[in-house]
Design a protein. Structure first.
Length: 175
């Protein structure tokens, strides 16, 4: 009955029956959204409780598949991808992406292993960029994420012990 009701009323949110209670969940969690510019699908994965460490988000993203394609933390390497994520998901929480800043090498690297140069696309938050690339507490690297959209939706670097409640997952070239 609930299934027939949901199909006929065309809800924007998906309804999930859990332990006798109905809970609304964002469509982005279950159905990645296609970006024609990058030819990738993206989704925003959120957690209500304790946040994800960057490495945990990376491992979880790599464990997921969509249309037979392995997921990864989203690689944001162009203004088009940056704007797509903001326009499509407009997250009001900090969100991990597939970049790390290696402290000793002073190098920015994405989850594909590609090192980025100063000439490559970057979207650092002004406040964070003004504070510099100081790795604290002897961290080997800092995970890179987005600040809240309401705070300007720019990249921020966080130490390996910092947990964020969401990450962007990408399924590159899924068809």
């Amino acid at each position: 009955m609930l299934s027939r009701f949901c199909r006929t009323t065309n809800f924007a949110a998906l309804l999930i029956l859990t332990a006798g209670a109905i809970r609304a969940q964002s469509p982005a969690w279950n159905t990645p959204i296609y970006d024609p510019n990058s030819k990738s699908y993206f989704a925003l994965v959120e957690r209500d409780s304790a946040g994800y460490l960057w490495q945990d988000a990376n491992n979880e993203a790599r464990s997921r598949q969509y249309k037979g394609v392995q997921g990864r933390l989203a690689v944001v390497n162009s203004l088009q991808v940056h704007e797509f994520l903001l326009r499509t998901f407009h997250p009001d929480k900090e969100v991990w992406i597939g970049l790390r800043y290696w402290c000793q090498q002073h190098a920015l690297e994405d989850v594909t292993g590609r090192r980025h140069t100063k000439a490559d696309f970057q979207a650092w938050a002004r406040k964070w960029l003004a504070d510099g690339f100081a790795c604290k507490g002897g961290s080997e690297y800092m995970g890179v994420g987005y600040s809240r959209a309401s705070y300007g939706f720019g990249w921020i670097g966080e130490g390996i012990g910092k947990g964020l409640n969401a990450y962007f997952i990408e399924f590159p070239n899924a068809r």
